[in-house]
Design a protein around this ligand. Sequence first.
Ligand code: FE2
Ligand code: FE2
Length: 396
Amino acid sequence: MHAEPDPQVAAAATPCQAVDARLQPLLAFESAHSFWNNSLFAACRAGTLTKADFQFVFAQYYLYSKNFTRYLSGLMANLDDDLLRSRLSQNLWEEGGGAAPEKRHAQIFRNFLRGGLGIDIAAIEFASCTKLFVDQFLANCIQRDAQHASAFLSLGTEGIVARMYSILVEGLRKAGVAEEHLEFFHIHIACDDDHAATLHDILCSFREKPEWERMCRKALDLSLCLRRDFFDALMNELARRRIDGHLQRIQAKQSLLTKDIDEARLRFLPAQRSAAPMYANKVEAMNIDFTVDRAPFPAEVIDARVVRIPPHKNNERHKHAHETVFYFVSGTGRVMVDDRWIAVEPGACVFVPRWAVHQSQNQGDTEMVILAITDFYLTGKAFLGDYESTARMKRS
Ligand SMILES: [Fe+2]
Ligand SMILES: [Fe+2]
């Protein structure tokens, strides 16, 4: 599902006209920076994050966002020029909601957390990577001189807002967050070019200083690297949190078998054909013809399936994050595992490591029935991406 491009967003993403020509190499450095390839943005573009994933991401981002006026205040306190200080106060005034403090940006962000993502703000616990990011961010604005802080906050922060928030909005829309809750992002995409221009002017006020461009580039790079590493750390944390429940249950020494699970869910007959397979594909030109059924087991790591391939047909050549053991119930033929072909007959087992390309070929005159025991319920949870597109030729 792709949303139409927002004309407001596209207009705001145009670089500020009044930018000093000497900033151009720095702006080019910023727009080609590896920050833009961080794993959070990749997931937003691909639409692979759920609302629950964004609950974690933006609950963490809240610590950064609610401290924003402190970053500006740090720069302001270190700024010698009173005219530039008063211009910067405009940014602070708008961040604080102007004459309406209930419209301060921190509050609008809280509205988004509550209304858009259903987050209980009082219950948020900040991860150590989040605290570290905000501490470092603050230190770069308060403890460093005004030239460093202005490069850090202009080129490396305000200047990236429109493009950055457009990507995050794309991910939020794809996760089903309603447009009415995205005000925080829209006001920043629309207005922060003015904020960035003020900060650019502050930065350019230092341009006669020795090694101005090199110092600016260093501050810009630092700002982008800190944010890139923070976003990547959030994604790693997200993968870990998805399987946290599994780890806790492993340690709890409690059976997963609950009263509501009846015996029928503990038994599976690979030989029995089901009326509606979980996946099937038939492509005459590629000799593909097979079905997949899933065992009803109440498992949280092991996912057992039965694959059926008619005589002289094969399944799709594919790969995926889960590991698999094939047990050949019937049929003779061969299995491709990356660059090897393994001969199989009834009773044989074949191991397919994760991400190895594989395919089963039925070379005999009887149906090939394979019991495939995988760890899909674990890896399917841990994998941050579109699992189906990695493992299937068509959408089921
Ligand atoms: Fe803001
Ligand atoms: Fe497979």
